[in-house]
Design a protein around this ligand. Structure first.
Ligand code: AMP
Ligand code: MG
Length: 302
C-alpha cells in the first residue's frame, strides 16, 4: 500500500549498528569509526533515503501532535564542529515547527546554578504531542563539567557531596530521571555525533578561511582540543553507564555530514514508528457535534 514499510526497514538497517547495547563498556576511539557510512557510497545514494525519512517524519509527527499523549526528546551531544546545528536544521526541515522546541544549553546562568543540575533541563522538556531537541543536554554535567573540575566548583554543592563518586552518582541520577520520563510518555532519542580529531581540525580551518563561516569560529573551541583525550574518556564512561533499555545511546559517525543527517532522521523515524501514534477517534458526543456543525455550515450555502 506504499505505506513505507520497506523504507522503514531500510532506515532501521542503517541505525541498528549505531546502538550502544545497555551494559556494554565502550571505548569511543577504538569502538566507533567516525568515517563510517553504513555501506552507502555517498551523498547521492543517501539522498532518496533522507527525503523519504523526512516525509515519514512529517507524517508521524502529525499523528503525534493529534494524539498528544507522547513527547519525543532528541538529545544531541558532540564535540565542537561535529554538525549539531546542521543536523538540527536538516531534521527540522521535515517537521511542523509549531510542535517542536529546540533548546541550546550553554554555560549555566547564576539562576540555574542556584538549583540542582537537572533543573534547567526539566524546564525544557517537550509537551505531550511535541518534539524537543536538546542541542547539548544534561550530559554536559558529566562531560564538560568532568573535564573541567572548576565548573563543578561553581555548582554550589555541599563539599561532602563533591567526592570522587559524584560521576557514578550522576550516571545513576540521570538514568533514574530518564526512566521517569519514559515511564510517563516522553520518549528519548540519544545521539552522540562522533567526529574525528582530524575532521574537526579541517572544519575549524574552514571556519577560519571562509568569511561566511567566520562567525562560527571560536578560539576557545580550538583550545578545547587540548582536552580531546579527556573528552574521549568522559564520553566513553558516560556512554558505558547511561545506555539503558529505556534510553539507549546511538553513536553516529560524524565525518560525513550527509550520513550523520540520514542517521539522525532514521533514528527519529524509528522512535515515532515505535510509538505509532494514532489520530484520536471522536466520541459519540463529538460525532454528534460534528454532524450538527456540518448541518449548520451546509444551511448557509442555501
Ligand atoms: P556552543 O554550544 O558551542 O555554543 O557552546 C556552548 C558552551 O557551553 C560550550 O563550551 C559548552 O561546553 C558549555 N556548556 C554547556 N553546558 C554546560 C554546563 N552544564 N556546564 C558548563 N558549561 C557548559
Ligand atoms: Mg562552540
Amino acid at each position: 500500500m506504499g505505506d513505507g514499510d520497506e523504507e522503514r526497514e531500510a532506515l532501521r538497517r542503517i541505525i541498528r549498528p549505531l546502538r550502544v547495547r545497555p551494559g556494554r563498556k565502550v571505548w569511543v576511539p577504538d569502538d566507533f569509526d567516525p568515517r563510517d557510512t553504513g555501506g552507502l557510497s555517498g551523498r547521492e545514494e543517501a539522498e532518496p533515503h533522507l527525503q523519504q525519512g523526512l516525509e515519514l517524519l512529517a507524517r508521524y509527527q502529525d499523528r503525534l501532535s493529534a494524539q498528544a499523549t507522547h513527547g519525543v526528546l532528541l538529545v544531541l551531544q558532540a564535540l565542537d564542529a561535529a554538525g549539531k546545528d546542521g543536523t538540527i536544521k536538516h531534521v527540522m526541515s521535515g517537521l511542523n515547527p509549531s510542535f517542536v522546541r529546540v533548546s541550546s544549553f550553554k554555560v549555566p546562568s547564576t539562576e540555574e546554578l542556584m538549583h540542582t543540575y537537572l533543573w534547567r533541563y526539566s524546564n525544557r522538556l517537550p509537551d505531550r504531542g511535541c518534539i524537543g531537541i536538546f542541542n547539548r543536554s544534561h550530559y554536559e554535567e558529566v562531560l564538560v563539567v568532568r573535564v573541567h573540575p572548576e565548573l563543578l566548583q561553581r555548582q554550589r554543592l555541599p563539599v561532602d557531596l563533591m567526592g570522587p563518586d559524584i560521576w557514578e552518582r550522576r550516571f545513576r541520577e540521570i538514568n533514574d530521571w530518564e526512566r521517569h520520563l519514559t515511564d510517563n510518555g516522553i520518549r528519548l532519542v540519544k545521539v552522540f555525533l562522533n567526529i574525528s580529531r582530524e575532521e574537526q581540525r579541517r572544519r575549524f580551518l574552514e571556519r577560519i578561511d571562509d568569511p561566511r563561516k567566520n562567525w562560527k569560529f571560536s578560539a576557545a573551541d580550538v583550545r578545547e582540543r587540548r582536552w580531546w583525550d579527556d573528552y574521549m574518556r568522559a564520553y566513553s564512561d558516560a556512554l558505558s553507564h547511561t545506555s539503558t533499555r529505556w534510553g539507549p545511546w546511538h553513536v553516529v559517525p560524524a565525518d560525513h555530514k550527509w550520513f550523520t543527517r540520514l542517521c539522525v532522521a532514521a533514528l527519529m523515524v524509528d522512535a515515532l514508528v515505535d510509538i505509532d501514534p494514532q489520530y484520536p477517534q471522536p466520541s459519540e458526543e463529538e460525532r454528534r457535534a460534528l454532524a450538527e456543525a456540518r448541518a449548520e455550515l451546509e444551511a448557509e450555502a442555501g
